[in-house]
Design a protein around this ligand. Structure first.
Ligand code: FMN
Length: 363
């Protein structure tokens, strides 16, 4: 059987050099929330991935809940991202930006002046949030968005998506996973609303689907993907009875919109509950475009899931941190370098752009 992992892949109109995506990973090097040359170097070093998906990037000042994460709503941020997309494209890579509005997973100290912590309902997420000023602080209780404001947030996603195209990105990944704003609307524990954005499955899915629909209208369906994490419990979102029904419904509606991919998260190797195989199957059956699977993949398991047709692309996270030439190493069976978690989120070059490739190419 011919190898799929290392052979070219289609993603909408794009031809990727292989079936491996680099999973989105926050690295907290965007001082003042603006991408810079350091970040461009990091992504350029990893441009042999078939598709790079950037770290979570906020479409709004209100969505910058973590310290030093980038945004995509100001001219300075667009200019900063242009450095990144050019560096990646110059090396033959493709890159989508992950649009992450942190919603209630935030502390006001991390937000710019005038911004505020908002969410579907005034329900705080248990957990601590790092602040550079005062260390760890409990997540803030969000202010509940009015119906009118929900529609304005959708427009922030639309504008950020247009900015993404202006900045040279090949597309956007809507972050509908891991307990951030889009999932806060999907999930009944964080969404207690009584308007059209809360209550039934249809209503809780409405925000995600309206964001997707309007972003498609603005930049084209070939440029829009979404990340989802059924059964993920990150950021204080416990299990609820209708998980499979909810994601089956989402997959059907996202298929109707014709977006280019759904990217499913499985963090069971990181201690999260397993994703029900029946839910992955339900999404696979209903969604006809590209399905990306992620979570603790190596080459062997990736190849198996591509061959069986369960996945169309495989996203890999942590190994890309410490192996900029991960694709080459997997293809040749070379031992992988281990990443150092103590440098995941601290600023600077160490643990970021200083992991060597087997053959150093000039960036
Ligand atoms: C340092 C770090 C930062 C991450 N940041 C994000 C993020 O910004 N957005 C996201 O959707 N997932 C994020 N994740 C999750 C990864 O995308 C991925 O799902 C996870 O690492 C599991 O894949 P792996 O086993 O291949 O590493 C992050 C993971 C790590 C280790």
């Amino acid at each position: 059987m011919s190898n799929l992992l290392f052979s070219p892949a289609r993603l909408g109109n794009l031809t990727l050099t292989n079936h491996i995506a680099m999973a989105p990973m926050t690295r907290s090097r965007a001082f003042n929330n603006i991408p810079n040359e350091l970040i461009a170097t990091y992504y350029a070093q990893r441009a042999t991935a078939g598709l790079l998906i950037t770290e979570g990037t906020s479409p709004s000042p209100n969505g910058l809940g973590y310290s030093r994460i980038p945004g995509l709503f100001s001219p300075e941020q667009i200019a900063g991202w242009k450095l990144v997309t050019k560096a990646v494209h110059d090396r033959g890579g493709h890159i989508f930006v992950q649009l992450m509005h942190t919603g209630r997973v935030a502390h006001p100290l991390n937000l710019p002046v005038g911004a505020e912590v908002v969410g579907p309902s005034a329900v705080a997420a248990e957990g601590m949030m790092w602040t550079d000023q005062e260390g760890p602080k409990p997540n803030a209780t969000p202010r509940e968005l009015t119906t009118e404001e929900v529609k304005a947030v959708i427009q922030e996603f639309v504008q950020a998506s247009k900015n993404a195209v202006e900045a040279g990105f090949d597309g956007v990944e809507l972050h509908g996973a891991n307990g951030y704003l889009i999932e806060q609307f999907i999930h009944p524990a964080s969404n207690r609303r009584t308007d059209e954005y809360g209550g039934s499955i249809e209503n809780r899915a409405r925000f995600a689907l309206e964001v997707a629909e309007q972003v498609v209208r603005a930049i084209g369906k070939e440029r829009v993907g979404i990340r989802l994490s059924p059964y993920g419990v990150a950021n204080d979102l416990p299990h609820y009875p209708e998980i499979e029904e909810t994601y089956t419904y989402l997959a059907e509606k996202l298929n109707d919109l014709g977006i280019v991919y759904i990217h499913l998260v499985d963090h069971s190797a990181m201690g999260a509950p397993a994703v029900a195989p029946s839910t992955v199957k339900a999404v696979r059956e209903r969604f006809k475009n590209t399905l990306i699977l992620s979570g603790n993949y190596n080459a062997e398991r990736g190849e198996a899931d591509l061959q069986s047709g369960l996945a169309d692309l495989i996203a890999i996270g942590r190994p890309f941190i410490s192996n900029p030439d991960l694709v080459e190493r997997l293809a040749t069976g070379t031992e992988l370098a281990q990443p150092d978690p103590s440098t995941f989120y601290v600023g600077g070059e160490k643990g970021y752009i200083d992991y060597p490739a087997l053959v150093e190419a000039s960036v």
